[in-house]
Design a protein around this ligand. Structure first.
Ligand SMILES: *Cc1c(COP(=O)(O)O)cnc(C)c1O
Length: 372
């Protein structure tokens, strides 16, 4: 077996221990004589996994008791539509902060919902530059959000551009002003401890930091879910899934099982404080290699907002970037090509990427620069 070092942006690397355990248990889960995939979602064996995943999330993230933890399907992209369907009623306004592709997609979906029912979507702040790209995120004091807004929405980490909020301070929140704050944390949920009560709702597709694709995590204040529109189809109402412990219909059982194993692995690493230390060390290794390269490597992102999860790197020209990706792949480093819309290279350092992998890539970067 020859495992590569995977720096993909998503679906992304999973902990080796988790994959091994899933392999060991694949044919006979816990002495049931069948795979966890073949179990009824109403049966004891699966229910234990499902409830343990929720309990582990609550414990690791210190989620307050008045919040629901819900598993949904459709990816984070489904949330771009489901959020306004639930919380943006006729005559209401919602505010969106946009500092990258995902924020752009979220506001576009909200506008479709708003137009269909006579609501309004406001651009609270945007950092789009003259070329239509992004190199920073608008700081929270620059957000223009009216007090009567139904909610404000932003992404904590813009995966494609490598721009992240809350690296050296708390994540932005307007909850203290009474404005419901909704955050897309698809690419950085659980990279470190956060204060969940700074948000009315947090959502994240699992396939970056938490598990495989196919399940989306939602953490939301129960009181907030209660105000959601009850005239939309039941499957789209958050309360349906919250009230049924995410067992209203068949959940993505195998994906949730893998998320549970990943959460168990995070516990074994020492919880989110330990994970944060690891993530910062990994990011330092890569940013350190960029800084030591005398300008060969360049990160275009505003220094204080350089993502710990996705490091965007430019080389002197596209030829150098192509050569880097090709040679890296030969050396066993994969998933480094930047997003097709952004170019360059992108090093994703999600929780499951080891410090050793990051250090080995940093050494490769240094020797590539020297030999190019
Ligand atoms: C990947 C990503 C998405 C889209 O996720 P899907 O599960 O593919 O819909 C949305 N937001 C952010 C921040 C992401 O990184």
């Amino acid at each position: 077996m020859n495992r590569v070092l995977n720096f993909s942006a998503g679906p992304a690397a999973l902990p080796f221990e988790v994959l091994s355990q899933a392999q060991r248990e694949l044919l006979d889960f816990n002495g049931t004589g069948m795979s966890v995939m073949e179990q009824s979602h109403r049966g004891k064996a699966y229910e234990t996994v499902h409830m343990r995943a929720i309990a582990r999330l609550r414990q690791l993230m210190k989620i307050p008791d008045d919040y629901s933890v819900v598993f949904l399907q459709g990816g984070a992209s489904m949330q771009f539509a489901q959020v306004p369907l639930n919380f943006l009623s006729a005559g209401q306004k919602a505010a969106y902060v946009v500092n990258g592709t995902w924020g752009d997609k979220a506001i576009a979906e909200a506008k479709i919902v708003a137009a269909s029912r006579g609501a309004e979507v406001l651009l609270a702040a945007s950092s789009k530059d003259a070329k239509g790209s992004y190199q920073s995120a608008p700081l929270q004091p620059l957000w223009s959000v009216p007090n009567e807004a139904a909610y404000v929405h932003y992404a904590s980490n813009e995966t494609i551009h490598g721009i992240q909020y809350g690296i050296s301070d708390a994540l932005p929140s307007l909850e203290s002003r009474g404005i419901s704050t909704i955050c897309d944390m698809s690419s950085d949920l659980m990279w470190r401890p956060i204060n969940v009560s700074d948000f009315s709702m947090i959502y994240a597709g699992a396939q970056k930091n938490l598990g495989p694709s196919g399940v989306t995590l939602l953490i939301a204040k129960r009181k907030f879910l209660d105000v959601g529109d009850s005239r939309i189809p039941k499957m789209l109402q958050y309360r349906t899934h919250a009230e049924a412990d995410s067992l209203y219909n068949t959940p993505p059982t195998f994906a949730i099982y893998l998320v549970d194993l990943v959460l168990g692995w995070i516990e074994q690493q020492g919880g989110l404080e330990a994970i944060e230390r690891l993530n910062r060390n990994k990011a330092s290794a890569i940013y350190g290699a960029i800084e030591a390269s005398g300008g060969f490597y360049r990160c275009p992102v505003e220094a204080s907002q350089r993502s710990v999860m996705n490091v965007v790197v430019r080389l002197p020209d596209e030829r150098a970037e192509e050569a880097f990706v090709a040679q890296a792949e030969q050396a066993g480093f994969v998933g480094l090509k930047g997003h097709r819309s952004a170019g360059g290279i992108r090093v994703s350092l999600y929780n499951a990427v080891t410090l050793e992998a990051a250090q080995r890539l940093a050494a490769f970067m240094t020797s590539f620069a020297a030999s190019f």
